[in-house]
Design a protein around this ligand. Structure first.
Ligand code: ADP
Length: 484
């Protein structure tokens, strides 16, 4: 994972990861303040806790004044406190001596406290103008150790060194013990990197690129997989429709037979009227009208079957849910009659049109009706009643309910109804309700079953109206919850 980066507020540096320990050589107070004000301001604005250790000749008051100009609500930050400005003598030389372990420990204490108070991390800057020759070796050791102490911590440390106090040896020591150094060259700031740091950065860059490449590969694999899943779902839904229509074949054939028989009867009658002397044109016209009506009836049934059986990609139309329900009722009429079921509808008037796929939503209604009829076909006592209702769902949605007076659901079924391949029927596929759920959810709705008071079960689903986004349908292969 690439380390989390923070803005330094220093143009030439840009962003830095947590755990950065770098240094700056300055010639004038202005050099120092110009950089540190922006560094601290950026830390405060990024939700970090800031600690600024100042050393003479810069005083705490001067630091506060300079910061106030750049940070209008500094008083609030100081009162929180989100920033502490302390003197180097108090910070590094507690008790008059420099103790590297104690100072390193104090950074970590600050970090623990700031993290507990919800800060993103701790941003530190410490000046070394107080350093004397006698402490130099210890301090170098401390600086060296700090690299390890801040690594993998939400700490960033900027150490500032007055150039006037550093000879060539000191400069080399400082550069060696920091990840990189900032110095003014020809009037503008420049970054001097150590070889180790350069190498580490190159390594991070390489790892990042590798990671990005892997993300690209994975994303394309996932897209291909989800495309395949979508195709499989469409295929499965189609198989389910064809299977269901197959189940209905006998009763639908009966449905189509009736108008065809009507056509034959009326054609025979017309022929008889035609043979009269004179032919009775009025009766012939009446017979032909009936033939046209019957022909249309048969054509409508065939048209609906074809629409449901055709393999078409999902689409979104504005559709009246009641109209879609009535068409499915017409298709299942034969099956309902065959099973001695008495069907009633309670369709609310004035429902808003919904955006959805007509074939898919009719498939849901069809599955629910067939399930209800099948459930009731097993009962020998009591009446077989099927109630199909529609209504408003809340302020913006429609609700469809299919209620039957069958045996209802046992607790075990109740928990698994919507699972793929769950069936209690000898020849059942167990995909009906699972497909219903994926279709309804793809339309932004939900589907659930309730145990009705008395015998029977009620399956209901809702669909949002208007702006519903058609989401990708996902088949839930094993979900324990059936109330959704
Ligand atoms: P299948 O109809 O192939 O079994 P479904 O997913 O449509 O698949 O239904 C799963 C199971 O849910 C059925 O086998 C049945 O046990 C139960 N079920 C569905 N609807 C009803 C209902 N209206 N009354 C009682 N049980 C039902």
């Amino acid at each position: 994972m690439a380390p989390e980066t923070r803005k330094t507020g220093i143009d030439i540096v840009g962003d830095m990861p947590w755990g950065t320990h770098f240094c700056l050589f300055y010639e004038t107070k202005e050099d120092l303040l110009g950089t540190l004000i922006s560094y601290c301001k950026t830390g405060l604005e990024s939700g970090e806790f800031c600690l600024w250790v100042v050393a003479e000749p810069l005083t705490i008051e001067e630091a506060i004044d300079a910061l106030k100009d750049a940070v209008p609500d500094l008083d609030r930050y100081l009162a929180d406190p989100s920033i502490e400005i302390v003197s180097a003598r108090d910070w590094y030389l507690q008790g008059g001596t420099f103790d590297l372990k104690r100072v390193t420990g104090r950074w970590h204490e600050k970090l623990a406290r700031a993290s507990a108070r919800g800060y993103a991390g701790v941003r530190v800057t410490g000046d070394t103008a107080w350093l004397e020759k006698k402490d130099w070796k210890d301090f170098c050791e401390y600086e060296e150790g700090l690299n390890e102490a801040v690594a993998n911590q939400r700490l960033a440390v900027l150490c500032t060194y007055p150039l006037a106090a550093c000879g060539a040896v000191e400069i080399l020591d400082v550069v060696r013990t920091h990840q990189f150094a900032l110095a003014k060259r020809h009037g503008s700031w420049d970054v001097i990197e150590t070889a180790g740091h350069k190498q580490a950065k190159a390594e991070i860059k390489r790892l990042n690129e590798e990671l990005e490449q892997r993300v690209v590969e994975r994303t394309s694999q996932l897209m291909m997989a989800s495309e395949a899943l979508r195709e499989a779902q469409t295929e499965l839904a189609h198989v389910n429709r064809v299977t269901t229509m197959g189940q209905l074949a006998a009763s639908i054939a009966h449905e189509v037979n009736q108008p065809i028989a009507g056509v034959v009867t009326n054609a025979e009658a017309a022929l008889r009227w035609l043979g009269g002397q004179p032919p009775d044109l009025e009766e012939i016209r009446h017979s032909l009208d009936e033939i046209i009506k019957d022909g249309n009836r048969a054509g409508d049934v065939i048209g609906r079957i074809r629409a449901l059986i055709k393999k078409v990609p999902p689409r979104k139309d504005g559709l009246e849910i009641n109209e879609a329900i009535l068409e499915v009722i017409a298709l299942t009429h034969g099956e309902v009659v065959k099973n001695s079921v008495s069907l009633q509808t309670q369709l609310a008037a004035g429902l808003p049109p919904i955006q959805g796929d007509r074939v898919q939503l009719q498939q849901v209604i069809l599955n629910l009706i067939i399930n209800a009829v099948e459930a009731m076909s097993g009962i020998s006592e009591g009446s077989r009643e099927l109630l199909i209702g529609s209504g408003k769902d809340g302020s913006s949605g429609v609700l469809v309910a299919v209620q039957d007076s069958g045996p209802g659901l046992n607790p075990e079924s109740f928990d698994h109804l919507f699972d793929a391949f769950y069936t209690t029927k000898p020849g059942g596929m167990g995909m009906g309700l699972s497909i219903c759920r994926s279709i309804v959810e793809a339309h932004g709705g939900r589907i659930w079953v309730s145990r009705t008071a008395g015998p029977g079960a009620t399956v209901q689903f809702t669909l949002p109206v208007g702006e519903s986004v058609q989401r990708e349908a996902t088949l839930v292969v094993a979900s324990p919850a059936c109330e959704r």
